[in-house]
Design a protein around this ligand. Sequence first.
Ligand code: AMP
Length: 173
Amino acid sequence: MDLRSLIRDVPDFPKPGIVFKDITTLTKDPDGFRAAVDEIAARYADANVDLIVGIESRGFVFGAAVAYKMGLGFVPARKPGKLPGPTVSAEYELEYGTDALEIHQDAIGEGQRVLIVDDLLATGGTAAATAKLVSGLGGEIIAIAFLIDLAFLGGRDKLAGYEVFSLIEYDSE
Ligand code: AMP
């Protein structure tokens, strides 16, 4: 299945100079969506994963489907102020300023084996912040899985020490 052909490039979104990788053209395709989810689930089928953590918001789309496919629970890493219970929080750098992600304090148990899922790896800050939260709660990170790796941005460097898996790699814009 050629998943790459289902990703749409949208130039200059959300601002000039950015080529946005639109995954909605993949998710609306039943065979493409299923193939992407199945491929991630198959890769970690024998890894004794306990829990899927998905990153807001497109990581929810793939993470929840992977969790369902693997018969596992799903935990969201959310933007600040969205989760109702007590949370832990990690800040990360954006091009201009900082943002943060939160996870419920009781969402991950000591020693639980976690697969983190997001749609796209760019500079790696988002996934690194999520990994920090998961580790801080005692979770063991089995891998961080993405649909897309914008490899030319070097995001994997920020995730050194973790297994990083992606279905589609771009070596240039
Ligand atoms: P980063 O923290 O730089 O790795 O950014 C990753 C997050 O930003 C992911 O959750 C993506 O959904 C989003 N993102 C960054 N760059 C792009 C892009 N070119 N196209 C689509 N989404 C992007």
